[in-house]
Design a protein around this ligand. Sequence first.
Ligand code: AMP
Ligand code: MG
Length: 338
Amino acid sequence: MKTVVIDITTEYDRALTEAKRLINQGEVVGIPTETVYGLAANAFCEDAVKKIFVAKGRPSDNPLIVHIAKLEDLEPLVAEIPEKVKIMAEKFWPAALTMIMKKSDKVSDVVSGNLDTVAVRMPKSDYARAIIEACGCPLAAPSANLSGSPSPTNAKYVFNDMNGRIPLIIDGGNCQIGVESTVISFAEDPPRLLRPGGVTLEEMTAVIGEIVVDDAVLNKLEEGAVASSPGMKYKHYAPTADITIIKSNFDTFKSICENENATALCFDGENENLSCSSVTYGDKDDGYSQSARLFDALRELDEKGATKVYARCPETKGMGLAVYNRLIRAAGFKIKVM
Ligand code: AMP
Ligand code: MG
């Protein structure tokens, strides 16, 4: 299969027409969103959704997020809309926020990974919503990487993973947020945070009060434990390099990197004070700048051929929680407090 790339920033109408044509034919299309690129198919077409799992090599029990363009699109997907979801939708959507609810009969078990719930998001990206609108159906879409690779933050990375596997990639430039959406379940009360992302725990708590943070957000799942979110039990992207997070001040970090001749994964500007090799991942005090850089930085470590990496530790509040959640997985949960 030949994979065509259309730049929606320069060929808007053609991008929408082609995305619509292929999705309505039951094909899978790579699309830009503000979080990461998605692999999209008609959420109401089982055969199309199955192609997503094949293209990604994704285990079939790992459910997909259903993307909608407007609030009316939510109702047919769910058994009922909990009051707190209405409040959250009103306050945040469109956003990097995925909400899980009891699903309706219209949602196939292929989409929900056989769960009785469905995850729904209204993306903030105008391109993503325009594509959904053009197709005229909700789009089931996971991140557009091969399972086990980092989520792609630009069309070039989607092409690297998906060339020959899907007919079309819509290029919308770099993703602003750079990590996957916040996932929160309203299938229970108080709601449970399953994955931190672009809408922070603090922002949500200010609106709906108590939120339980699932154990898997900060810790490794125990062997054999049942994951609230199936995705959390799968191995996430870890570069070839062996990464350890160092929780310390910069001077201690500097000496351990230099003494052991490791590669430093550090904050912007810190590299200038290091005599060892380094990759930076954003501003020390800005979680959004870190999330925008993290997956690219992990790819750069591999491109450099780094074998032993020490990483600076992000804050675990605000947007830092989403960064920390991805970084501890990349580090295989290895943290040294010094
Ligand atoms: P991705 O599409 O790669 O961003 O992954 C979607 C994430 O949402 C995965 O971690 C899934 O396990 C999770 N997810 C999707 N639907 C549900 C659901 N119904 N219940 C729990 N987690 C879900
Ligand atoms: Mg993913």
